[in-house]
Write a protein that binds this ligand. Structure first.
Ligand code: HDL
Ligand code: ZN
Length: 411
């Protein structure tokens, strides 16, 4: 068998693959105000707000900027980061340029007028079709919280869910900072107590199984701080142990943990004010050992802990590392993480998710990630061929299907 041009074969396989994006904050057009698209939402992405806060005009304070209405804030960001006196060279800034170029717009425009006009010519439904078609994404997993008033209304009243969108039951508001969630859980019909009693445990388990079934949620997810410890008397850890892990086991759905967020280190930046910390991964060893039948989709925020996460996944087959999350979703780190994951885990991981909040972001987050991941894969396939393994295009297409089609658990 002739030696395969792996760069071409990987590119061909990726082009043909309908991408399954396993973690986003996107909502379908049918969910009204929860659907976010177009230039003003794209440009006021909290990554770009944080970057703008670093180089505001002298007459605008960081607090005033972060409290502006969206369209005014978008104009300030556009003039500061894109029209201003420096090139839009950060990953999030280049992302906006990629989106505009993909939509046939001039990214060096002095204003967002042209982009706003294009967006006005669309409905949320037609814009969704346009973005899915141009991005190569076929399916997105959402972040769903039925305790959030607006979203809960849609799930309780019923709506037609676009089949390209799949539900995920997000647990932060139901479990964290106990007893803060008590009032909302009671209002939703779950008779929890302020104490971590057996009644509280059984009512939360009822909440979890009711809503996984009501939404057809494909997994449960929670974002945890760097000091999350298991086992522990701490309330979130207790509720994970008494409620989430046994429900994941009973319903045979993955439990996703996204660990390492330090919330609101600078509240002035609002949703841009979170940061990160290192997590002691021996906690994951104990969780995976205690719950061998539960698949733990795991992504962590600290670059320094990525290699250890790969080693832990070698020790526990039920640990499934996924994505290059948040501050790691940059080419330099994506390359390093993908290389060490391939070396230690072969194809048994999910390389990326977009974390997109605004629909338009699918037009850059995936092209940027694949531009970094594809050459790493091609190099690994060259290593394999050079070791004497005859490789075919169908081999690579099969592997790409696993990497970008949702892995073994979320296809
Ligand atoms: O908790 C999460 O799901 C994170 O992804 C946060 O939403 C974060 O604000 C984010 O958007 N990161 O990309
Ligand atoms: Zn997210």
């Amino acid at each position: 068998m002739a030696t395969l041009n792996t760069t071409e074969a990987v590119q061909k396989a990726v082009q043909a693959q309908s991408i399954v994006d396993i973690h986003t904050h996107l909502y379908p057009a049918a969910m009204g105000p929860l659907f976010l698209g177009g230039p003003d939402e794209l440009v006021t992405y909290h990554y770009l707000k944080a970057e703008t806060s670093r180089q505001l005009p002298s007459d605008i304070t960081v607090e005033a900027f972060n409290n502006m209405p969206t369209d005014k804030q978008a104009d300030v960001i556009w003039s500061t980061l894109f029209v201003g006196d420096s090139s839009p060279i950060s990953e999030a800034q280049v992302g906006v340029v990629t989106v505009m170029s993909t939509l046939g717009l001039n990214p060096r425009s002095d204003s967002l007028y042209e982009f706003r006009t294009l967006y006005k010519d669309h409905t949320p439904e037609s814009y969704t079709d346009l973005v899915f078609e141009k991005s190569g994404v076929g399916t997105v997993y959402m972040t769903n919280d039925p305790l959030e008033d607006v979203e809960g209304g849609y799930w309780n009243d019923g709506f037609d869910l676009d089949p390209r969108f799949r539900a995920v039951l997000r647990l932060d508001s139901a479990l964290m900072n106990w007893p803060a969630p008590v009032e909302k859980l009671k209002a939703a019909g779950y008779d929890v107590e302020t104490s971590l009693s057996h009644q509280t445990f059984s009512e939360i388990r009822r909440y979890l199984s009711d809503w996984v079934k009501k939404m057809d949620a494909r997994y449960m997810a929670i974002s945890l701080p760097p000091d999350f410890t298991y086992p522990s008397e701490e309330s979130t850890s207790t509720l994970m142990k008494e409620c989430v892990y046994p429900t994941a086991d009973e319903l045979d759905i993955p439990s996703a943990m996204m660990v390492g967020v330090t919330r609101q280190v600078n509240p002035v930046l609002k949703d841009g004010g979170d940061s990160l910390g290192s997590w002691d991964i021996t906690n994951l060893e104990r969780i995976a050992r205690d719950w061998p039948n539960v698949t733990f989709l795991t992504t962590i925020l600290s670059r320094e802990d990525q290699h250890e996460l790969c080693v832990t996944a070698r020790k526990f087959p039920n640990v499934l590392p996924f994505g290059c999350w948040w501050f790691l979703n940059n080419p330099s780190v994506i390359q390093e993480m993908t290389q060490e994951r391939l070396e230690l885990l072969g194809t048994s991981f999910i390389p990326q998710h977009s974390d997109a909040r605004i629909l338009d972001q699918l037009l850059y987050k995936w092209t940027h990630s694949i531009r970094t991941i594809a050459p790493v894969l091609a190099q690994k396939y060259d290593d394999l061929q050079n070791a004497g393994w005859p490789l075919s295009e169908s081999d690579i297409a099969r592997d790409i299907g696993r990497f970008f089609g949702g892995g073994r658990v979320l296809a």
